[in-house]
Design a protein around this ligand. Structure first.
Ligand code: SDX
Length: 436
């Protein structure tokens, strides 16, 4: 009788059976290595391009149930955190695993606030970019450059040093982001103002002109803080997986975060919010929505901001962002693109093509509309995604480093190339090629 909690696999080539232990509804891929046809075989592997069905780690940071549209950070539903917390409170939760007490939060906010300044050399680095450089290219490069300013960041096994770098990165990412924006406009950089909260200070560094003190609109500041909370982490997405893979080589957290930000820049990942705005501009008006959807169904492109690898139901973040949009438009005036987006969503959610493929609006579908209404250019949208996601990346990075099972990430491959080939000297290759 087979043991409980095992998978019995019978190899019909050898008629041998194997009892593979089941843990957390998974089997260890390494337990398949015993399945061989010859003693000197490497043994069985799994083949899972894009890791569609592979758990790369054990984590207690973010839980997603894609079928039920559930998202929780450290067990707290995203809806509760978005309603009751500030972004820095949520960043603390992601990094330390619990919501902070008042004393802990005050200390944490103080530490982050006092690390928002950038080394003056960053200005010289920023000046090297052309005026029309994409902000994500500037952000990724500058993040990597900060590793040269903080060489001690390499001491990743020292918990106190690790936390110091985590605080630096969470504190400085808005400063870098604001610098990319000011550089693109040819405006002087604005220094952080320690009297302001995280979102307000970001707005100050973006938009302060000659007034003595920047005053952030409280509705817009709160909307930005909520958007930061919604974008803070999302389990083993492409950029978090990149953070873990690069971090597993024991690379310093600045270079590692730069790698994760590079992954986020992709149009299928964090770059989608910018692509949504381009799509809405291309559609132009509500009347053109049906024709555009037909184009997508005919296989010409994707509905940007729709679909998700995990959510096969409505992305819970999209619901909150839709609500936040109404608050923002009270202040900024209604963004006409919202009507196109709402019509796009209405038609798509009734259409068999999208229903069959379980395609719903994701986090990127409405966020860009809000950002544009707030005055951001589309090129800045993914930068706005990277700011809060830095806290999530660092939580994932730290969890990986402190996992006793962690090793350098090094997947295997299925070989599809030729067997050993005879070398042909250069002089004879043309003759050989002619016979092919
Ligand atoms: C983020 O992982 C995360 O958690 C990411 C993220 C996070 O917080 O970190 O949530 C942030 O990246 C959100 C996703 C933003 N990207 C976009 O909005 C770009 C548009 N979406 C798609 O490219 C796509 O939906 C993905 C990349 C998000 C997910 O793709 P999958 O899981 O690989 O699904 P798939 O490409 O295999 O699609 C399955 C089917 C295919 O059709 P068939 O070949 O079966 O006929 O659905 C179709 C796809 O063509 N499809 C779409 C579509 N997305 C998938 N068709 C039209 N429009 C779309 N958006």
């Amino acid at each position: 009788m087979a043991q409980e909690n095992t998978l019995t696999i019978t190899d019909n080539r050898t008629h041998k059976s194997y009892a593979i232990p089941i843990e957390h509804e998974t089997i260890r891929a390494m337990d398949l290595r015993q399945i061989k046809t010859k003693p000197d075989d490497l043994g069985m592997m799994t083949y899972d391009p894009a890791f569609m069905n592979t758990a790369s780690c054990r984590s207690s940071i973010t839980f997603i149930d894609g079928d039920r549209g559930i998202l929780r950070y450290r067990g707290y539903p995203i809806e509760v955190l978005a309603e009751h917390c500030t972004f820095l409170e949520v960043a603390y939760l992601l990094i330390f695993g619990n919501l902070p007490t008042e004393t802990e939060l005050k200390k944490w906010v103080g530490e982050v606030t006092h690390h928002t300044m950038l080394h003056e050399t960053t200005k010289k680095f920023m000046e090297g970019f052309r005026h029309n450089a994409h902000p994500m290219g500037m952000l990724v490069s500058t993040l990597a450059a900060l590793s040269t300013i903080y060489p001690e960041a390499k001491n990743i096994h020292d918990p106190a040093n690790r936390l110091h770098q985590i605080i630096r990165l969470i504190a400085k990412i808005p400063s870098i982001a604001a610098m990319t924006y000011r550089h693109s406009l040819g405006f002087p950089y604005v220094y952080p103002d320690n009297d302001l909260g995280y979102a307000e200070n970001f707005m100050n560094m973006l938009w302060k002109m000659v007034e003595p003190k920047y005053l952030a609109n409280p509705v817009l500041a709160r909307a930005l803080d909520i958007l930061f909370i919604l974008h803070a982490d999302h389990e083993q997405n492409c950029s978090a997986s990149t953070m873990r893979a690069v971090g597993s080589a024991h690379t310093d957290p600045f270079l590692t975060t730069a790698a994760a930000a590079a992954a986020l820049a992709g149009p299928l990942h964090g770059g989608a919010n910018e692509e949504v705005l381009k799509m809405l501009d291309e559609i132009g008006s509500k009347d053109n929505v049906s024709a555009y959807i037909k184009k997508i169904k005919d296989g010409h492109g994707k509905l940007m901001g729709f679909g998700h690898r995990v959510y096969k139901n409505y992305d819970p973040r999209a619901k909150i962002i839709k609500w936040t949009a109404e608050q923002v438009f009270e202040v900024t005036g209604r963004n006409t693109k919202l009507d196109i987006a709402l019509e796009l969503e209405r038609i798509a959610l009734e259409d068999e093509y999208f229903i069959k493929r379980k395609l719903y609006p994701n986090v990127d579908f409405y966020s860009g509309i809000i950002y544009q209404a707030m005055g951001f250019k589309p090129e800045m949208f993914t930068v706005l995604f990277a700011i809060p996601r830095t806290a999530g990346w660092l939580a994932q990075w730290q969890e990986m480093l402190t996992d006793p099972e962690h090793k350098i990430a090094r997947p295997r491959q299925v070989w599809t190339g030729p067997e050993v080939r005879e070398f042909v000297p250069l002089a004879k290759r043309a003759a050989v090629a002619a016979t092919r």
